[in-house]
Design a protein around this ligand. Structure first.
Ligand code: ZN
Length: 195
């Protein structure tokens, strides 16, 4: 297949995580052959999302508004701030239905080997958020991977040195796992049991 437009589509699909040349080609051919309506819908959804979706100024999760609906919800407990690595982790905690506090979404986890330090993951905005005078407990819900554990350790030291109460999701979440893929009951339990 040498048509440059089709090649361009295949190249563009490779922007998706985990999609190599073969899968990208399969997707492109499938859309052109069997699902042109779906392709148009996909293109429009991508354009609209990139155009309209930004980050909440308070918690940094995806939001179309300046402040997201969770941060604006007056029924939530503003004294508890849960720190996660990604919007997907926030979504996983929300699905448990057992957490009623606020969130802060980091820009990923610390990765000293790759040169990703505290500044890169948004420590300054986290500190400003946690020191708002209302928050009295920060729950570290970074992943139970090596990088997530380092992140929790470093953030814990930094936040405690500023007089904040810091807890970590309890064990029970399997070592090495990413919250996004842990079952809801286990996450809910780890939240209740934090220490
Ligand atoms: Zn928010």
């Amino acid at each position: 297949m040498s048509d440059p437009v089709v090649q361009g589509l295949i190249e563009a699909l490779r922007a998706l995580p985990g999609v190599g040349q073969k899968s990208a080609q399969r997707m492109a051919f499938h859309l052109l052959q069997h699902n042109r309506a779906g392709a148009i819908k996909l293109a429009q959804a991508l354009l609209q999302s990139v155009d309209e979706v930004g980050h909440c100024e308070r918690c940094h999760t995806f939001s179309r508004d300046r402040i997201c609906s969770i941060c604006l919800d007056p029924t939530r407990d503003a004294r508890v701030l849960c720190v996660v690595e990604t919007p997907a982790d926030l979504a996983a905690l929300e699905r448990t239905g057992s957490y009623r506090g606020m969130y802060f979404v980091l820009a990923g986890a610390l990765s000293p080997l790759d040169g990703v330090g505290v500044r890169d993951i948004g420590f300054a905005p986290l500190l400003a958020r946690a020191m708002d005078g209302v928050v009295d407990e920060v729950v570290l819900a970074t992943n139970f991977t090596a990088e997530g554990e380092i992140t929790a350790h470093v953030l814990s030291e930094q936040l405690k040195s500023r007089g904040l109460k810091v807890t970590r999701l309890a064990r029970g979440v399997p070592v090495g796992s990413e919250l996004e893929y842990v079952d809801l009951g286990t996450i809910a339990h780890a939240l209740m049991d934090r220490r």
